[in-house]
Design a protein around this ligand. Structure first.
Ligand SMILES: Cc1ncc(COP(=O)(O)O)c(C=O)c1O
Length: 580
Protein backbone atom coordinates (compact mmCIF):
# COMPACT_ATOMS: atom_id res chain seq x y z
CA UNK A 1 0.00 0.00 0.00
CA UNK A 2 1.42 3.37 -1.02
CA UNK A 3 -1.18 5.70 0.44
CA UNK A 4 -3.90 5.18 3.00
CA UNK A 5 -7.50 5.85 2.10
CA UNK A 6 -7.53 8.96 4.31
CA UNK A 7 -4.33 10.34 2.76
CA UNK A 8 -5.75 9.76 -0.70
CA UNK A 9 -8.94 11.62 0.16
CA UNK A 10 -6.95 14.53 1.64
CA UNK A 11 -4.72 14.77 -1.44
CA UNK A 12 -7.71 14.81 -3.76
CA UNK A 13 -9.37 17.51 -1.67
CA UNK A 14 -6.25 19.67 -1.63
CA UNK A 15 -5.70 19.31 -5.39
CA UNK A 16 -9.30 20.32 -6.13
CA UNK A 17 -9.23 23.22 -3.66
CA UNK A 18 -6.03 24.73 -5.06
CA UNK A 19 -7.10 24.36 -8.70
CA UNK A 20 -6.19 25.99 -11.11
CA UNK A 21 -2.88 26.34 -9.27
CA UNK A 22 -0.67 23.32 -8.82
CA UNK A 23 -0.65 21.76 -5.39
CA UNK A 24 2.08 19.83 -3.68
CA UNK A 25 2.71 17.93 -0.49
CA UNK A 26 4.69 15.19 1.17
CA UNK A 27 3.88 12.14 3.25
CA UNK A 28 6.71 11.14 5.53
CA UNK A 29 7.12 7.84 7.33
CA UNK A 30 9.10 6.68 10.34
CA UNK A 31 8.39 3.01 10.89
CA UNK A 32 4.61 2.71 11.09
CA UNK A 33 4.23 6.41 11.89
CA UNK A 34 3.12 8.69 9.05
CA UNK A 35 2.93 12.49 8.74
CA UNK A 36 1.12 14.25 5.93
CA UNK A 37 2.45 17.73 5.13
CA UNK A 38 0.33 19.55 2.54
CA UNK A 39 2.55 22.37 1.29
CA UNK A 40 1.44 25.83 0.29
CA UNK A 41 2.07 27.05 -3.24
CA UNK A 42 3.21 30.67 -2.97
CA UNK A 43 3.85 31.15 -6.66
CA UNK A 44 1.22 33.90 -6.94
CA UNK A 45 2.74 35.95 -4.13
CA UNK A 46 6.31 35.50 -5.37
CA UNK A 47 5.35 36.41 -8.90
CA UNK A 48 3.48 39.52 -7.74
CA UNK A 49 6.52 40.61 -5.75
CA UNK A 50 9.18 39.88 -8.39
CA UNK A 51 7.93 38.76 -11.81
CA UNK A 52 11.43 38.57 -13.33
CA UNK A 53 12.96 36.20 -10.81
CA UNK A 54 9.68 34.29 -10.39
CA UNK A 55 8.13 34.08 -13.87
CA UNK A 56 4.83 32.33 -14.36
CA UNK A 57 5.45 29.60 -16.90
CA UNK A 58 4.61 25.92 -17.15
CA UNK A 59 8.06 25.11 -15.78
CA UNK A 60 7.74 27.52 -12.87
CA UNK A 61 4.25 26.83 -11.69
CA UNK A 62 5.20 26.03 -8.13
CA UNK A 63 7.10 27.66 -5.30
CA UNK A 64 6.91 26.00 -1.94
CA UNK A 65 6.25 28.19 1.07
CA UNK A 66 9.62 28.32 2.94
CA UNK A 67 7.77 27.56 6.20
CA UNK A 68 6.71 24.19 4.77
CA UNK A 69 10.25 23.49 3.64
CA UNK A 70 11.38 24.09 7.21
CA UNK A 71 8.72 21.73 8.58
CA UNK A 72 9.86 19.01 6.18
CA UNK A 73 13.49 19.51 7.18
CA UNK A 74 12.59 19.28 10.85
CA UNK A 75 10.72 16.00 10.32
CA UNK A 76 13.63 14.63 8.30
CA UNK A 77 15.91 15.54 11.22
CA UNK A 78 13.60 13.54 13.47
CA UNK A 79 14.14 10.45 11.36
CA UNK A 80 11.15 10.65 9.01
CA UNK A 81 11.79 9.66 5.41
CA UNK A 82 9.96 11.02 2.34
CA UNK A 83 7.51 8.23 1.43
CA UNK A 84 5.23 10.04 -0.99
CA UNK A 85 5.77 13.30 -2.85
CA UNK A 86 2.73 14.49 -4.73
CA UNK A 87 1.80 17.35 -6.97
CA UNK A 88 -1.07 18.18 -9.26
CA UNK A 89 -1.33 19.10 -12.92
CA UNK A 90 -4.23 21.34 -13.82
CA UNK A 91 -6.07 20.45 -17.05
CA UNK A 92 -3.59 17.73 -17.98
CA UNK A 93 -3.14 14.02 -17.57
CA UNK A 94 -1.48 12.44 -14.54
CA UNK A 95 1.88 12.32 -16.29
CA UNK A 96 5.25 12.34 -14.66
CA UNK A 97 6.56 14.75 -17.25
CA UNK A 98 10.16 15.20 -18.33
CA UNK A 99 10.27 18.36 -16.19
CA UNK A 100 8.91 16.46 -13.18
CA UNK A 101 11.41 13.67 -13.68
CA UNK A 102 14.25 16.18 -14.04
CA UNK A 103 13.28 17.86 -10.80
CA UNK A 104 13.17 14.52 -8.99
CA UNK A 105 16.83 13.93 -9.84
CA UNK A 106 20.00 15.62 -8.62
CA UNK A 107 22.87 15.04 -11.03
CA UNK A 108 21.07 12.02 -12.43
CA UNK A 109 20.46 10.47 -9.00
CA UNK A 110 17.05 10.42 -7.32
CA UNK A 111 16.80 13.09 -4.62
CA UNK A 112 14.58 10.76 -2.54
CA UNK A 113 15.30 7.22 -3.78
CA UNK A 114 12.68 5.50 -1.66
CA UNK A 115 9.88 7.96 -2.39
CA UNK A 116 6.89 7.41 -4.60
CA UNK A 117 5.93 10.36 -6.78
CA UNK A 118 2.21 10.79 -7.16
CA UNK A 119 0.80 12.98 -9.90
CA UNK A 120 -2.79 14.17 -9.69
CA UNK A 121 -4.66 15.47 -12.70
CA UNK A 122 -7.34 18.06 -11.95
CA UNK A 123 -9.81 19.41 -14.45
CA UNK A 124 -12.34 22.04 -13.38
CA UNK A 125 -11.82 21.33 -9.67
CA UNK A 126 -12.42 17.65 -10.17
CA UNK A 127 -9.66 15.06 -9.74
CA UNK A 128 -9.62 13.07 -12.98
CA UNK A 129 -6.65 10.77 -12.52
CA UNK A 130 -3.88 9.76 -10.16
CA UNK A 131 -0.71 7.96 -11.07
CA UNK A 132 2.30 6.89 -9.04
CA UNK A 133 5.92 6.57 -10.16
CA UNK A 134 8.98 5.23 -8.41
CA UNK A 135 12.68 5.05 -9.21
CA UNK A 136 13.81 1.78 -10.76
CA UNK A 137 17.43 1.55 -9.63
CA UNK A 138 18.24 -1.26 -12.04
CA UNK A 139 16.90 0.41 -15.18
CA UNK A 140 17.69 3.92 -13.88
CA UNK A 141 14.30 5.32 -14.86
CA UNK A 142 11.10 6.29 -13.11
CA UNK A 143 8.55 3.51 -13.60
CA UNK A 144 4.86 3.57 -13.03
CA UNK A 145 4.04 2.05 -9.65
CA UNK A 146 1.00 -0.20 -9.50
CA UNK A 147 -2.28 1.66 -9.51
CA UNK A 148 -3.49 -1.15 -7.30
CA UNK A 149 -1.04 -0.01 -4.67
CA UNK A 150 -2.03 3.59 -5.04
CA UNK A 151 -5.63 3.05 -4.24
CA UNK A 152 -5.83 0.71 -1.28
CA UNK A 153 -9.43 -0.24 -1.91
CA UNK A 154 -10.19 -3.65 -3.42
CA UNK A 155 -12.18 -3.63 -6.66
CA UNK A 156 -15.12 -4.07 -4.31
CA UNK A 157 -17.64 -2.13 -6.34
CA UNK A 158 -16.84 -4.03 -9.55
CA UNK A 159 -17.16 -7.29 -7.65
CA UNK A 160 -20.53 -6.31 -6.20
CA UNK A 161 -21.80 -5.18 -9.59
CA UNK A 162 -20.63 -8.42 -11.19
CA UNK A 163 -22.53 -10.46 -8.63
CA UNK A 164 -25.66 -8.41 -9.31
CA UNK A 165 -25.13 -8.62 -13.08
CA UNK A 166 -24.71 -12.40 -13.01
CA UNK A 167 -28.13 -12.73 -11.37
CA UNK A 168 -29.86 -11.05 -14.31
CA UNK A 169 -27.58 -11.06 -17.37
CA UNK A 170 -26.02 -14.22 -18.91
CA UNK A 171 -22.49 -14.35 -17.51
CA UNK A 172 -23.04 -10.84 -16.18
CA UNK A 173 -22.24 -9.25 -19.55
CA UNK A 174 -24.03 -8.08 -22.66
CA UNK A 175 -21.31 -9.27 -25.03
CA UNK A 176 -19.34 -12.43 -24.20
CA UNK A 177 -15.69 -11.39 -24.46
CA UNK A 178 -16.28 -8.72 -21.81
CA UNK A 179 -16.57 -11.50 -19.23
CA UNK A 180 -12.78 -12.10 -19.05
CA UNK A 181 -13.32 -15.84 -19.51
CA UNK A 182 -10.21 -16.27 -21.67
CA UNK A 183 -7.89 -14.39 -19.31
CA UNK A 184 -9.55 -15.33 -16.03
CA UNK A 185 -10.38 -12.96 -13.21
CA UNK A 186 -13.22 -10.50 -12.99
CA UNK A 187 -14.20 -7.79 -15.43
CA UNK A 188 -13.90 -4.20 -14.30
CA UNK A 189 -17.15 -2.29 -14.41
CA UNK A 190 -16.50 1.04 -16.08
CA UNK A 191 -17.85 4.21 -14.52
CA UNK A 192 -16.67 6.81 -17.02
CA UNK A 193 -14.04 7.61 -19.61
CA UNK A 194 -12.32 10.60 -21.14
CA UNK A 195 -9.60 10.90 -23.77
CA UNK A 196 -7.36 7.84 -23.64
CA UNK A 197 -8.45 6.84 -20.13
CA UNK A 198 -11.26 5.06 -18.44
CA UNK A 199 -12.12 4.73 -14.78
CA UNK A 200 -13.62 1.69 -13.16
CA UNK A 201 -16.40 1.72 -10.60
CA UNK A 202 -13.75 1.60 -7.85
CA UNK A 203 -12.14 4.80 -9.13
CA UNK A 204 -9.06 3.24 -10.72
CA UNK A 205 -7.75 4.81 -13.91
CA UNK A 206 -6.64 2.78 -16.93
CA UNK A 207 -4.97 3.77 -20.15
CA UNK A 208 -7.38 2.28 -22.66
CA UNK A 209 -6.37 0.39 -25.81
CA UNK A 210 -9.75 -1.24 -26.38
CA UNK A 211 -11.53 1.95 -27.41
CA UNK A 212 -14.90 0.22 -27.21
CA UNK A 213 -13.51 -2.38 -29.66
CA UNK A 214 -12.64 0.11 -32.36
CA UNK A 215 -15.12 2.97 -32.73
CA UNK A 216 -13.31 5.52 -30.57
CA UNK A 217 -10.63 6.71 -32.97
CA UNK A 218 -10.90 10.19 -31.41
CA UNK A 219 -10.70 8.81 -27.87
CA UNK A 220 -13.42 8.85 -25.24
CA UNK A 221 -15.97 11.64 -25.03
CA UNK A 222 -14.40 13.99 -27.59
CA UNK A 223 -15.98 17.39 -27.22
CA UNK A 224 -17.22 17.62 -30.82
CA UNK A 225 -19.07 14.31 -30.52
CA UNK A 226 -20.51 15.02 -27.08
CA UNK A 227 -21.79 18.40 -28.25
CA UNK A 228 -23.26 16.97 -31.45
CA UNK A 229 -25.07 14.20 -29.57
CA UNK A 230 -26.33 16.58 -26.89
CA UNK A 231 -27.68 18.98 -29.50
CA UNK A 232 -29.30 16.14 -31.43
CA UNK A 233 -30.93 14.72 -28.29
CA UNK A 234 -32.47 18.09 -27.52
CA UNK A 235 -34.18 17.93 -30.91
CA UNK A 236 -35.69 14.48 -30.37
CA UNK A 237 -34.04 11.07 -30.16
CA UNK A 238 -35.82 9.24 -32.97
CA UNK A 239 -38.54 9.97 -35.50
CA UNK A 240 -38.89 6.85 -37.61
CA UNK A 241 -38.81 9.21 -40.58
CA UNK A 242 -35.96 10.43 -42.79
CA UNK A 243 -33.69 13.34 -41.79
CA UNK A 244 -31.21 15.64 -43.53
CA UNK A 245 -28.36 14.33 -41.34
CA UNK A 246 -28.82 10.76 -42.59
CA UNK A 247 -28.30 12.02 -46.12
CA UNK A 248 -25.17 13.88 -45.02
CA UNK A 249 -23.75 10.76 -43.40
CA UNK A 250 -24.52 8.63 -46.46
CA UNK A 251 -22.91 11.31 -48.63
CA UNK A 252 -19.79 11.46 -46.43
CA UNK A 253 -19.47 7.68 -46.61
CA UNK A 254 -19.97 7.51 -50.37
CA UNK A 255 -17.40 10.29 -50.89
CA UNK A 256 -14.81 8.40 -48.89
CA UNK A 257 -15.77 4.99 -50.39
CA UNK A 258 -16.45 5.49 -54.11
CA UNK A 259 -17.39 1.80 -54.36
CA UNK A 260 -20.45 2.54 -52.18
CA UNK A 261 -22.74 4.13 -54.73
CA UNK A 262 -25.79 3.50 -52.57
CA UNK A 263 -25.61 3.29 -48.78
CA UNK A 264 -28.13 1.92 -46.25
CA UNK A 265 -27.71 2.79 -42.57
CA UNK A 266 -28.43 0.17 -39.92
CA UNK A 267 -27.66 -0.03 -36.20
CA UNK A 268 -24.74 -2.47 -35.87
CA UNK A 269 -21.98 -4.22 -37.76
CA UNK A 270 -23.87 -7.49 -37.42
CA UNK A 271 -26.86 -6.03 -39.20
CA UNK A 272 -24.63 -4.56 -41.91
CA UNK A 273 -22.95 -7.90 -42.70
CA UNK A 274 -26.18 -9.90 -42.38
CA UNK A 275 -27.95 -7.51 -44.76
CA UNK A 276 -25.06 -7.41 -47.24
CA UNK A 277 -25.10 -11.18 -47.66
CA UNK A 278 -28.87 -11.19 -48.07
CA UNK A 279 -28.53 -8.59 -50.83
CA UNK A 280 -25.72 -10.62 -52.43
CA UNK A 281 -27.88 -13.74 -52.42
CA UNK A 282 -30.89 -11.81 -53.69
CA UNK A 283 -28.95 -10.10 -56.44
CA UNK A 284 -27.13 -13.20 -57.71
CA UNK A 285 -29.84 -15.77 -57.09
CA UNK A 286 -27.19 -18.01 -55.54
CA UNK A 287 -27.00 -19.37 -51.98
CA UNK A 288 -23.40 -20.20 -51.13
CA UNK A 289 -21.24 -17.86 -49.12
CA UNK A 290 -17.46 -18.03 -48.69
CA UNK A 291 -15.68 -16.66 -45.64
CA UNK A 292 -12.30 -17.11 -43.99
CA UNK A 293 -11.41 -19.00 -40.82
CA UNK A 294 -11.01 -16.58 -37.95
CA UNK A 295 -12.80 -13.69 -39.66
CA UNK A 296 -15.78 -12.41 -37.69
CA UNK A 297 -18.65 -10.62 -39.34
CA UNK A 298 -21.11 -10.35 -36.46
CA UNK A 299 -23.37 -13.01 -35.03
CA UNK A 300 -25.88 -13.63 -37.82
CA UNK A 301 -26.50 -17.35 -38.36
CA UNK A 302 -24.77 -17.68 -41.74
CA UNK A 303 -21.70 -15.89 -40.44
CA UNK A 304 -21.06 -17.74 -37.18
CA UNK A 305 -19.03 -20.38 -38.91
CA UNK A 306 -15.35 -20.56 -37.98
CA UNK A 307 -15.64 -16.99 -36.78
CA UNK A 308 -12.93 -15.31 -34.75
CA UNK A 309 -13.47 -12.90 -31.86
CA UNK A 310 -15.52 -14.53 -29.07
CA UNK A 311 -15.79 -17.72 -31.14
CA UNK A 312 -12.01 -18.01 -31.50
CA UNK A 313 -11.45 -17.17 -27.89
CA UNK A 314 -13.75 -19.86 -26.64
CA UNK A 315 -12.74 -22.35 -29.29
CA UNK A 316 -16.32 -22.64 -30.55
CA UNK A 317 -16.13 -22.65 -34.32
CA UNK A 318 -19.91 -22.77 -34.68
CA UNK A 319 -22.58 -21.55 -32.34
CA UNK A 320 -25.25 -23.90 -31.09
CA UNK A 321 -28.58 -22.86 -32.45
CA UNK A 322 -27.28 -22.25 -35.96
CA UNK A 323 -29.17 -24.75 -38.15
CA UNK A 324 -26.70 -27.08 -39.83
CA UNK A 325 -28.58 -26.67 -43.11
CA UNK A 326 -27.76 -22.96 -42.97
CA UNK A 327 -24.16 -23.43 -41.85
CA UNK A 328 -23.70 -25.81 -44.78
CA UNK A 329 -24.21 -22.86 -47.11
CA UNK A 330 -21.17 -21.11 -45.64
CA UNK A 331 -17.84 -22.44 -46.90
CA UNK A 332 -14.68 -21.47 -45.04
CA UNK A 333 -11.09 -21.19 -46.19
CA UNK A 334 -7.79 -20.18 -44.59
CA UNK A 335 -7.11 -16.43 -44.69
CA UNK A 336 -4.36 -15.37 -47.10
CA UNK A 337 -4.59 -18.63 -49.08
CA UNK A 338 -5.40 -17.51 -52.61
CA UNK A 339 -4.76 -20.96 -54.07
CA UNK A 340 -7.48 -22.42 -51.84
CA UNK A 341 -9.85 -19.67 -53.02
CA UNK A 342 -9.08 -20.42 -56.66
CA UNK A 343 -9.61 -24.14 -56.10
CA UNK A 344 -12.98 -23.65 -54.38
CA UNK A 345 -14.27 -21.26 -57.02
CA UNK A 346 -12.98 -23.62 -59.70
CA UNK A 347 -15.17 -26.36 -58.23
CA UNK A 348 -18.30 -24.45 -57.12
CA UNK A 349 -17.97 -20.91 -58.50
CA UNK A 350 -21.34 -20.86 -60.22
CA UNK A 351 -23.14 -21.52 -56.89
CA UNK A 352 -21.33 -18.85 -54.88
CA UNK A 353 -23.22 -15.62 -54.19
CA UNK A 354 -20.42 -13.82 -52.38
CA UNK A 355 -17.10 -13.97 -50.68
CA UNK A 356 -16.90 -11.90 -47.50
CA UNK A 357 -13.59 -10.90 -45.97
CA UNK A 358 -12.15 -8.59 -43.35
CA UNK A 359 -9.58 -6.98 -45.67
CA UNK A 360 -7.32 -6.60 -42.64
CA UNK A 361 -8.36 -9.30 -40.21
CA UNK A 362 -8.96 -7.98 -36.73
CA UNK A 363 -10.86 -10.78 -35.03
CA UNK A 364 -8.17 -13.45 -34.92
CA UNK A 365 -5.88 -10.68 -33.76
CA UNK A 366 -4.59 -8.36 -36.47
CA UNK A 367 -3.48 -10.13 -39.65
CA UNK A 368 -2.68 -8.08 -42.74
CA UNK A 369 -3.53 -9.37 -46.20
CA UNK A 370 -0.53 -10.88 -47.99
CA UNK A 371 0.59 -8.85 -51.04
CA UNK A 372 -1.83 -9.56 -53.90
CA UNK A 373 -4.34 -11.44 -51.74
CA UNK A 374 -7.14 -8.87 -51.95
CA UNK A 375 -6.51 -8.18 -55.65
CA UNK A 376 -6.63 -11.95 -56.19
CA UNK A 377 -10.01 -12.16 -54.43
CA UNK A 378 -11.29 -9.37 -56.68
CA UNK A 379 -10.18 -11.23 -59.77
CA UNK A 380 -11.51 -14.67 -58.80
CA UNK A 381 -14.93 -13.44 -57.64
CA UNK A 382 -15.40 -11.31 -60.77
CA UNK A 383 -14.43 -14.27 -62.95
CA UNK A 384 -17.18 -16.41 -61.41
CA UNK A 385 -19.90 -13.76 -61.16
CA UNK A 386 -19.78 -13.75 -57.35
CA UNK A 387 -19.79 -10.56 -55.31
CA UNK A 388 -16.82 -9.46 -53.24
CA UNK A 389 -17.84 -8.06 -49.84
CA UNK A 390 -15.32 -6.16 -47.76
CA UNK A 391 -16.30 -6.16 -44.11
CA UNK A 392 -14.70 -2.88 -43.09
CA UNK A 393 -16.56 -2.63 -39.79
CA UNK A 394 -13.18 -2.31 -38.05
CA UNK A 395 -10.95 -1.04 -40.87
CA UNK A 396 -13.37 1.58 -42.22
CA UNK A 397 -12.04 5.07 -41.42
CA UNK A 398 -9.41 3.31 -39.25
CA UNK A 399 -6.57 2.14 -41.51
CA UNK A 400 -7.21 5.06 -43.89
CA UNK A 401 -10.09 7.49 -44.35
CA UNK A 402 -11.16 5.36 -47.30
CA UNK A 403 -10.54 2.13 -45.37
CA UNK A 404 -8.64 -0.93 -46.54
CA UNK A 405 -10.08 -0.59 -50.05
CA UNK A 406 -8.27 2.74 -50.39
CA UNK A 407 -5.12 1.49 -48.65
CA UNK A 408 -4.77 -1.60 -50.85
CA UNK A 409 -6.44 -0.17 -53.98
CA UNK A 410 -9.07 -2.90 -54.39
CA UNK A 411 -12.72 -2.06 -55.14
CA UNK A 412 -15.27 -4.49 -53.66
CA UNK A 413 -18.87 -4.85 -54.84
CA UNK A 414 -20.32 -4.37 -51.36
CA UNK A 415 -18.86 -2.90 -48.17
CA UNK A 416 -19.96 -3.19 -44.54
CA UNK A 417 -19.16 -0.41 -42.10
CA UNK A 418 -19.81 0.12 -38.40
CA UNK A 419 -17.86 1.24 -35.32
CA UNK A 420 -16.16 4.55 -36.33
CA UNK A 421 -19.08 5.75 -38.49
CA UNK A 422 -21.17 5.77 -35.31
CA UNK A 423 -18.58 7.63 -33.22
CA UNK A 424 -19.33 5.35 -30.27
CA UNK A 425 -23.08 5.12 -30.81
CA UNK A 426 -24.83 2.22 -32.54
CA UNK A 427 -24.52 2.58 -36.32
CA UNK A 428 -23.72 0.24 -39.15
CA UNK A 429 -23.92 0.69 -42.89
CA UNK A 430 -23.76 -1.42 -45.98
CA UNK A 431 -23.62 -0.33 -49.55
CA UNK A 432 -22.00 -0.81 -52.89
CA UNK A 433 -22.64 -1.09 -56.60
CA UNK A 434 -25.85 0.68 -57.59
CA UNK A 435 -27.12 -2.27 -59.65
CA UNK A 436 -26.67 -4.56 -56.64
CA UNK A 437 -28.12 -2.15 -54.06
CA UNK A 438 -31.12 -1.58 -56.35
CA UNK A 439 -32.32 -4.96 -55.05
CA UNK A 440 -32.85 -3.53 -51.53
CA UNK A 441 -36.44 -2.70 -50.50
CA UNK A 442 -38.26 -0.48 -51.32
CA UNK A 443 -36.46 -0.42 -54.71
CA UNK A 444 -36.19 -4.20 -54.98
CA UNK A 445 -37.27 -7.44 -53.45
CA UNK A 446 -34.60 -7.88 -50.73
CA UNK A 447 -36.24 -6.88 -47.47
CA UNK A 448 -34.29 -5.13 -44.75
CA UNK A 449 -35.53 -2.57 -42.23
CA UNK A 450 -34.92 -1.09 -38.77
CA UNK A 451 -36.92 0.98 -36.28
CA UNK A 452 -33.86 2.96 -35.15
CA UNK A 453 -31.84 2.83 -38.40
CA UNK A 454 -30.25 6.20 -39.11
CA UNK A 455 -31.04 7.25 -35.56
CA UNK A 456 -30.43 11.02 -35.12
CA UNK A 457 -28.12 10.67 -32.11
CA UNK A 458 -25.98 8.02 -33.71
CA UNK A 459 -25.85 9.87 -37.01
CA UNK A 460 -24.81 13.08 -35.21
CA UNK A 461 -21.98 11.23 -33.43
CA UNK A 462 -20.87 9.61 -36.68
CA UNK A 463 -20.88 12.85 -38.64
CA UNK A 464 -18.92 14.69 -35.93
CA UNK A 465 -16.34 11.88 -35.95
CA UNK A 466 -15.95 11.80 -39.72
CA UNK A 467 -15.62 15.60 -39.82
CA UNK A 468 -12.70 15.37 -37.42
CA UNK A 469 -11.01 12.89 -39.75
CA UNK A 470 -11.90 14.15 -43.21
CA UNK A 471 -8.79 16.26 -43.82
CA UNK A 472 -6.95 12.93 -43.43
CA UNK A 473 -4.15 14.47 -41.37
CA UNK A 474 -5.09 12.20 -38.49
CA UNK A 475 -3.85 9.13 -40.32
CA UNK A 476 -0.17 10.12 -40.33
CA UNK A 477 -0.46 10.69 -36.58
CA UNK A 478 -2.25 7.37 -36.01
CA UNK A 479 0.49 5.62 -37.98
CA UNK A 480 3.21 7.30 -35.90
CA UNK A 481 1.47 6.44 -32.63
CA UNK A 482 0.91 2.85 -33.73
CA UNK A 483 4.57 2.53 -34.74
CA UNK A 484 5.70 3.90 -31.38
CA UNK A 485 3.56 1.40 -29.48
CA UNK A 486 4.82 -1.40 -31.74
CA UNK A 487 8.45 -0.47 -30.99
CA UNK A 488 7.77 -0.35 -27.25
CA UNK A 489 6.06 -3.76 -27.20
CA UNK A 490 8.73 -5.39 -29.37
CA UNK A 491 11.50 -4.03 -27.13
CA UNK A 492 9.65 -5.27 -24.06
CA UNK A 493 9.34 -8.79 -25.52
CA UNK A 494 12.99 -8.78 -26.64
CA UNK A 495 14.14 -7.81 -23.15
CA UNK A 496 12.00 -10.51 -21.58
CA UNK A 497 13.22 -13.05 -24.17
CA UNK A 498 9.66 -14.04 -25.04
CA UNK A 499 8.65 -15.32 -28.50
CA UNK A 500 6.49 -12.54 -29.87
CA UNK A 501 5.01 -11.78 -33.28
CA UNK A 502 3.51 -8.35 -33.67
CA UNK A 503 1.17 -7.54 -36.55
CA UNK A 504 0.17 -3.95 -37.14
CA UNK A 505 -1.68 -1.95 -39.75
CA UNK A 506 -1.70 1.73 -38.74
CA UNK A 507 -3.37 2.14 -35.38
CA UNK A 508 -4.58 -1.46 -34.98
CA UNK A 509 -2.18 -4.08 -33.74
CA UNK A 510 -1.85 -7.43 -32.00
CA UNK A 511 1.18 -8.88 -30.27
CA UNK A 512 0.91 -12.67 -30.44
CA UNK A 513 2.80 -14.71 -27.86
CA UNK A 514 4.30 -17.06 -30.44
CA UNK A 515 7.30 -17.02 -32.75
CA UNK A 516 5.20 -16.21 -35.82
CA UNK A 517 4.82 -15.18 -38.50
CA UNK A 518 1.03 -15.05 -38.04
CA UNK A 519 -0.62 -15.10 -41.46
CA UNK A 520 -3.86 -16.90 -40.72
CA UNK A 521 -6.02 -18.31 -37.96
CA UNK A 522 -4.04 -21.54 -37.65
CA UNK A 523 -0.88 -19.49 -37.01
CA UNK A 524 -2.73 -17.25 -34.53
CA UNK A 525 -3.88 -20.27 -32.57
CA UNK A 526 -0.27 -21.28 -31.86
CA UNK A 527 -0.06 -18.29 -29.48
CA UNK A 528 0.47 -19.04 -25.80
CA UNK A 529 -2.87 -17.88 -24.38
CA UNK A 530 -1.90 -18.71 -20.79
CA UNK A 531 1.04 -16.32 -21.10
CA UNK A 532 -1.25 -13.72 -22.63
CA UNK A 533 -3.54 -14.07 -19.61
CA UNK A 534 -0.62 -13.45 -17.22
CA UNK A 535 0.56 -10.51 -19.31
CA UNK A 536 -2.97 -9.16 -19.46
CA UNK A 537 -3.35 -9.06 -15.69
CA UNK A 538 0.14 -7.58 -15.32
CA UNK A 539 -0.92 -4.74 -17.61
CA UNK A 540 -4.24 -4.29 -15.83
CA UNK A 541 -2.42 -4.04 -12.51
CA UNK A 542 -0.21 -1.36 -14.03
CA UNK A 543 -3.18 0.65 -15.24
CA UNK A 544 -3.24 -0.45 -18.89
CA UNK A 545 -6.49 -1.80 -20.28
CA UNK A 546 -6.11 -4.23 -23.19
CA UNK A 547 -8.62 -6.55 -24.82
CA UNK A 548 -9.21 -9.52 -22.49
CA UNK A 549 -8.30 -11.99 -25.24
CA UNK A 550 -5.19 -12.79 -27.27
CA UNK A 551 -7.25 -12.79 -30.47
CA UNK A 552 -8.25 -9.14 -30.62
CA UNK A 553 -6.76 -5.90 -31.83
CA UNK A 554 -5.40 -3.13 -29.66
CA UNK A 555 -6.51 0.27 -30.91
CA UNK A 556 -4.57 3.50 -30.59
CA UNK A 557 -6.63 6.70 -30.73
CA UNK A 558 -5.88 10.34 -31.42
CA UNK A 559 -6.32 10.97 -27.69
CA UNK A 560 -3.24 8.87 -26.89
CA UNK A 561 -0.08 10.89 -26.40
CA UNK A 562 3.51 9.76 -26.85
CA UNK A 563 3.80 9.71 -23.06
CA UNK A 564 0.90 7.27 -22.87
CA UNK A 565 2.53 4.89 -25.33
CA UNK A 566 5.83 5.09 -23.51
CA UNK A 567 4.04 4.37 -20.28
CA UNK A 568 2.34 1.36 -21.89
CA UNK A 569 5.72 0.15 -23.16
CA UNK A 570 7.28 0.43 -19.70
CA UNK A 571 4.33 -1.39 -18.19
CA UNK A 572 4.66 -4.07 -20.89
CA UNK A 573 8.37 -4.53 -20.12
CA UNK A 574 7.52 -5.20 -16.48
CA UNK A 575 4.43 -7.30 -17.23
CA UNK A 576 6.27 -9.43 -19.78
CA UNK A 577 9.21 -9.96 -17.46
CA UNK A 578 6.70 -11.20 -14.89
CA UNK A 579 4.80 -13.31 -17.46
CA UNK A 580 7.80 -15.39 -18.65
C1 LIG B 1 -15.17 -7.07 -38.82
C2 LIG B 1 -16.43 -7.03 -38.02
N1 LIG B 1 -17.60 -7.20 -38.63
C3 LIG B 1 -18.77 -7.17 -37.95
C4 LIG B 1 -18.79 -6.97 -36.60
C5 LIG B 1 -20.09 -6.94 -35.85
O1 LIG B 1 -20.34 -5.64 -35.44
P1 LIG B 1 -21.31 -5.37 -34.18
O2 LIG B 1 -20.61 -5.88 -32.98
O3 LIG B 1 -21.49 -3.88 -34.21
O4 LIG B 1 -22.59 -6.08 -34.45
C6 LIG B 1 -17.60 -6.81 -35.92
C7 LIG B 1 -17.59 -6.61 -34.46
O5 LIG B 1 -16.58 -6.58 -33.80
C8 LIG B 1 -16.38 -6.84 -36.64
O6 LIG B 1 -15.21 -6.70 -36.03
Amino acid sequence: MLITREELAAIKEQAAAEYPNECCGVILARGAERRHVPCRNVQDQMHARDPITFPRTARNAYYMDPIDALRLNRLADEGFAFAVIYHSHPNAGAYFSETDRGQALIKGEPAYPGAVYVVVSVVGREVKALAAYRWNAERRVFDRADTGDLDPAEPAVSRRLLAAAERRIPGGVNSPVRAFRSVGGEPRFVARAEGARLWDADGRAYLDFVGSWGPLVLGHAPRAVVEAVTAAAAGGTSYGAPTRQEVELAEAIATAYPSMELVRLVSSGTEAAMSAIRVARGATGRDLLVKFDGCYHGHADSLLVKAGSGGATFGIPDSRGVPSALAALTLTLPFNDLEAVRALFGARGSEIAALIVEPVAGNMGVVAPAPGFLAGLREVTAQHGALLIFDEVITGFRVAYGGAQELYGVRPDLTCLGKIIGGGLPVGAYGGRRDVMDHVAPLGGVYQAGTLSGNPLAVAAGLATLRALEDRKAYARLEALGARLERGLRDAADKAGIPFALNRVGSMLTGFFCAGPVRDYADAKTADTARYARFYHGMLDRGVYLAPSQFEAAFVSLAHGEDDLDHAARAAADAMAAAV
